[in-house]
Design a protein around this ligand. Structure first.
Ligand SMILES: O=P(O)(O)OC[C@H]1O[C@H](O[C@H]2O[C@H](CO)[C@@H](O)[C@H](O)[C@H]2O)[C@H](O)[C@@H](O)[C@@H]1O
Length: 386
């Protein structure tokens, strides 16, 4: 893996110039503005009262991205109390699956390729292990899913990679057998081992909650106080918008609008847009009914996957088969890495057709559960034969 030379930083020192007309879905990866101070401490004490300029968010594509940010609820017909997916959407979904075959139907193919290889599992949390719900604090995994993930981790090195803070996702998953990468991979905890090959200033040694020695990789450490400041500003500016919720993930912060009336989405977007104008070193990405504010650094879930494979001594592409399961736009960075390196499988979790860099698909968290259980069952049979 191409790790940076010692003392280098993934922080992009020279953010790409802003081009508002390009701030649509793809360009949401760009910084929002280059003007203004990079780190203003006065924002909290004296929040700026700027008039809402609705054209800003309308013209730069934020609103379009917000409207397409989470699959619409499937058209359903209710017949005898049973919910049946409409024929139309099934036809469309089935033809989409020609391009992204079901990972369940492709299971034989996967395990044939896995023979003589070490499977390594990467799992997103929200929408992958837990169903999407209105309240982010109540996005719990089922007991069945927890037990499947635990079994998977007993057989294969397994990492949860989430946009949430590492502590929060660890608390929700509640398993110690795994590795955790929070804040979209900007906060990775992995076990102590020979790390002499890692030459990176963002890597430090620490202890976990049980006092065990661990390695921490935090390429956005210098942004912690900035993110905290922006988090508090965002809480302040959105406090009068019913349903808006802001989360602090330490290295990034999220503004949820799932529970905001649709007519007020542009107000949410405009507030976030205005706050970001003062922070050229932060950028915005779109998640599922959530605006994510994160540092302008050359780091994402894809880089985190590469880093973890290298750190766990699993970067030899001939012997290792990484499988990454995720549902969100941020997971596309990981799918892209696997596709470009021709390594393993990216599996998109989606109940509606959408473009992806993944190779395979699963419809929902129930299918994720079935897939994980199949992996365990297969591994048990292989081990029994040996
Ligand atoms: O990378 P992930 O583990 O998928 O985290 C991405 C975001 O997930 C959470 O928000 C999403 O799930 C919520 C609970 O189902 C839902 O209410 C929200 O609308 C979704 O966007 C989390 O709260 C965010 O902070 C994460 O960035």
């Amino acid at each position: 893996m191409d790790l940076k030379p010692k003392n280098s930083s993934p922080v992009l020192s020279d953010p790409a110039p802003i081009n508002k007309s390009r701030l649509g879905i793809h360009s949401s990866m760009l910084p929002c503005s280059q003007s203004g101070p990079s780190f203003s401490s006065s924002i909290l004490t004296a929040p700026r009262k700027k008039p809402i300029k609705l054209d800003d968010v309308r013209s730069n594509g934020w609103l379009d991205a917000m409207h397409s940010s989470s699959p619409p609820r499937k058209k359903i017909v209710k017949d005898f109390g049973v919910e049946i997916a409409s024929d139309d959407s099934d036809v469309v979904y089935n033809s989409w699956m020609l391009k992204y075959p079901s990972a369940l139907n492709s299971f034989e193919h996967i395990i044939n390729r896995a023979k003589e290889k070490k499977i390594v599992i990467f799992l997103d949390y929200d929408g992958t292990l837990s169903p999407i719900v209105d309240d982010p604090d109540r996005a719990f995994m089922s007991a069945d899913m927890r037990s499947a993930v635990k079994r998977v981790a007993e057989y294969f090195p397994t990492t949860i990679i989430s946009g949430r803070s590492r502590d929060k996702v660890h608390e929700l998953v509640g398993l110690t057998e795994l590795y955790y990468a929070g804040s979209h991979g900007m906060d990775i905890m992995f076990p102590l081992q020979d790390t002499s090959s890692i030459h990176h200033s963002s890597y430090i040694r620490s202890t976990d909650k049980q006092g065990k020695g661990v390695n921490l990789f935090q390429p956005a450490r210098e942004f912690i106080s900035m993110i905290d400041e922006v988090f508090r500003t965002l809480v302040n500016v959105t406090k009068d918008i019913p349903g808006a919720k802001v989360e602090n993930h330490k290295f990034c912060t999220s503004v949820h609008y799932r529970n905001v009336e649709e007519k007020s989405w542009r107000v949410v977007a405009q507030h976030v847009h205005d706050v970001l104008k003062d922070y050229p070193r932060l950028r915005l990405t779109h998640g599922r009914k959530v605006l994510e504010v994160r540092p302008v650094i050359d780091w994402d879930k894809g880089k985190a996957v590469e880093f973890l494979l290298e750190s766990l001594g699993l970067s030899n592409s001939d012997d290792v088969l990484p499988i990454y399961i995720g549902d969100d736009r941020t997971d596309e960075d990981a799918f892209k890495v696997l596709r470009e390196r021709n390594r393993g499988y990216g599996i998109l979790v989606s109940s509606v057709p959408k473009e992806s860099k993944a190779f395979l698909s699963l419809r929902d968290t129930l299918e994720v559960l079935e897939f994980l259980k199949s992996l365990v069952k297969w591994k048990e049979q292989v081990d029994k034969k040996q």
